[in-house]
Write a protein that binds this ligand. Structure first.
Ligand SMILES: [Zn+2]
Length: 153
């Protein structure tokens, strides 16, 4: 098993300026995923089609574009939604810091930015760990399958 990464690693302050930060909004748009700029306006409506053809329009899960009945409750949708919520929080915090720069609010905004960044990094570390574990499981399964093949022959 790969060693579990240190998730509580303290990071001193925002490590980059807004200019260097990959914009999560364009980043997700480029990948064709649900768009963060839509999530900004609060919860979306579910865009799935019901059997009779009309849009579902139930409130979507936080950070996603589908309701609980239309796949929003699945583990992968929940994970992606949480990731998007954290990306948006970091983006918002960075924007707020830019706005508050050189005012008495700058320190507070900086604190919120670094908290948001730490949370997003921790979550991404978890996702990376999860991907490693999945890869390992896939390898083990492939190994087991080839062993079984050898026995059968
Ligand atoms: Zn729905």
């Amino acid at each position: 098993m790969p060693p579990r990464p240190e998730l509580t690693e303290a990071q001193p302050g925002p490590s980059r300026t807004l200019a260097h930060m990959p914009d999560p909004i364009t980043r997700t748009r480029a990948r064709g995923k649900p768009r963060l700029h839509k999530l900004r306006r609060g919860r979306d409506r579910c865009g799935a089609r019901c059997r009779d053809g009309h849009l579902c329009e139930a409130p979507a899960i936080k950070g996603g574009l589908r309701c609980l009945r239309h796949g929003g409750g699945s583990p992968q949708a929940q994970i992606a939604a949480q990731h998007r919520v954290l990306q948006l929080a970091l983006y918002t915090a960075a924007r707020e810091w830019e706005a508050a720069r050189d005012t008495w609010r700058a320190d507070c905004a900086m604190g919120r930015w670094s908290v948001a960044e730490r949370e997003l990094r921790a979550y991404e570390a978890k996702l990376a760990y999860l991907a490693e574990l999945r890869a390992e499981v896939r390898q083990l399964k492939a190994g087991a399958a080839s062993d079984a093949g050898r026995v059968a022959r």
